[in-house]
Design a binder for this molecule. Structure first.
Ligand code: ADP
Length: 474
């Protein structure tokens, strides 16, 4: 239980905001630390060079005193100079090249500083100045030492306390520790605020997604129009939601329609059977019943099959048998095929088909789409009417099939709905329709990247314009 509570308390560690903050703070602090370190190196090397230069100058002065005034003056000057600068700060020793001391300033503060043999050897080998650093008691109390040959048989050992240097190092270390801690805290805070600000859009998306998963499918993520990544995510998310909502609504409508529209044929089948059973027991009546039931069942099966084809076509589940299709041939065949049924209704069919229009698509699907439109034109046009079917090349690499009739037309209220599944403007006008023909035609057209437009006036006729691109879009 307690473990769970602890885990929960540390849950924030998994958040993107925390990880961003952490990285930001680490990078910022590390770069500051590197900058501090480089600055430190620069200053300390400057201080050391300064000390070395002072020592060299001092050695030169002593050398010139030796040349001009002799050894006695050098011994005096060594003592005086050490006194003037402070005997705790510098010392001066005069040595023979083999290391024996024959004169020095007050060495009581520098007792444990000896003579470095290696330095003397280097001098004898020709080096002008040899430097050395000696720790007196701890690393902060360091002494910089210079060995230099000032006469033929005289070596000067100059020592200078690096107290200033030690003080600088200590102070710098203290200041940089405090500053780096403050920088770490400040960068963490700033990073946290920046991450929160940048990710606040994500939270809105998450909250909306949570609302949607609990049923509010109409919720949308607010788009700020800043055009940043969060906005793009919000827009894509909303588009996805639109599509999901359309699909869910479609599925709901579809299931309502299925329930409603499949009920009628099933009820009819049941009615036919019931009437035959209860009224007329003759063989003839049973034969009629069987025939009617077969007819109704075929209709039912046809509806179910068409519904399946529409759903699959819309969802893109059925992979098309894409091939090079002769559209001119399909439209001409439709004209020939429907000629007799048009003549039966005393209708005239005119065909104006441009030759050799090819496109890439599913031949059987396109045949079905054209057949549905021509079939509708025949069914909804009374005797003596005229049906015009044409095919031509249109703008933007597309083909245009126009099927117009002088039939009963469609009212302005019905027009926006005729492509909906099971929608029938006036079911009493024909009893053969299912309300699925146009839905299927539109689904096929759209699956080929095309569209169907309709223009109709009640009592005057309708004109369906089917546009199909010649080449499939990528
Ligand atoms: P149906 O099986 O009822 O014909 P459709 O989906 O093919 O179903 O058409 C939907 C409705 O659109 C039809 O019920 C009809 O009222 C109307 N319609 C379709 N084509 C025409 C047309 N050429 N003229 C008049 N009305 C039409």
């Amino acid at each position: 239980m307690d473990l769970k509570r602890i885990e929960k308390a540390f849950e924030f560690r998994k958040t993107l905001a925390f990880r961003l903050t952490l990285r930001y703070a680490i990078i910022f602090t590390l770069s500051s630390a590197v900058a501090f370190f480089l600055f430190f190196l620069l200053i300390t090397s400057f201080l050391r060079e300064q000390t070395d230069q002072d020592l060299v100058n001092q050695a030169r002065t002593i050398a010139s005193v030796l040349t001009v005034q002799g050894l006695d003056s050098v011994e005096r000057i060594a003592i005086l100079e050490a006194q003037a600068a402070g005997e705790r700060k510098i010392f001066i020793r005069l040595l023979t090249p083999n290391g024996s001391v024959f004169s020095s300033s007050n060495m009581s503060y520098w007792e444990n500083i000896g003579v470095e043999r290696a330095a003397l050897t280097q001098l004898l080998e020709g080096s002008r100045y040899v430097f050395d650093t000696v720790n007196v008691s701890n690393p902060e109390k360091r002494v910089r030492i210079l060995y230099s040959m000032i006469g033929r048989k005289l070596v000067v050992q100059l020592g200078r306390s690096m107290e200033n240097y030690g003080w600088f190092v200590q102070t710098f270390r203290r200041i940089s520790m405090v500053t780096l801690s403050l920088l770490l805290a400040a960068s963490g805070l700033i990073g946290w605020l920046m991450a929160r600000q940048a990710l606040s859009g994500m939270e809105v998306v998450t909250r909306t997604a949570r609302d949607i998963s609990s049923g509010a499918l109409d919720r949308r993520v607010p788009v700020t129009r800043k055009g940043d990544e969060i906005d793009q995510l919000a827009t894509t998310f909303n588009q996805m939601l639109d599509r999901i909502e359309r699909l869910v609504t479609g599925i709901k409508e579809m299931s309502d329609n299925i329930a409603h529209d499949l009920k009628s044929p099933v009820t009819r089948i049941r009615g036919i059977a019931e009437v035959t059973l209860t009224t007329d027991p003759s063989i003839q009546a049973y034969e009629n019943m069987a025939a009617s039931i077969i007819e109704e069942s075929d209709r039912l099966l046809d509806m179910i099959n068409t519904m399946l084809v529409i759903s699959k076509t819309e969802a893109g589940v059925d992979k098309f048998n894409r091939e090079k299709v002769n559209l001119s041939r399909i439209v001409q065949d439709a004209c020939v095929l429907f000629k007799s049924s048009a003549e039966d209704k005393d209708l005239t069919i005119n065909c104006a088909v441009a030759e050799d229009i090819f496109l890439s698509g599913d031949r059987r699907m396109i045949q079905r789409m054209v057949a549905n439109l021509v079939d509708n034109a025949i069914r909804y046009t009374p005797a003596k009417g005229v049906i015009d079917i044409s095919l031509r090349l249109a703008a933007q690499q597309s083909a245009e099939i126009i099927i117009s009739d002088t039939g009963i037309g469609i009212s302005a209220e019905d027009l926006p709905h005729i492509f909906e599944r099971f929608y029938r403007c006036d079911p009493s006008r024909t009893d053969t329709g299912t309300g699925l023909g146009l839905s299927l035609a539109l689904a096929i057209a759209q699956a080929h990247g095309g569209d169907i437009a309709v223009d109709s006036r009640p009592g005057k006729g309708s004109r369906f314009t089917l546009t199909l691109p010649l080449k499939p879009s990528e």
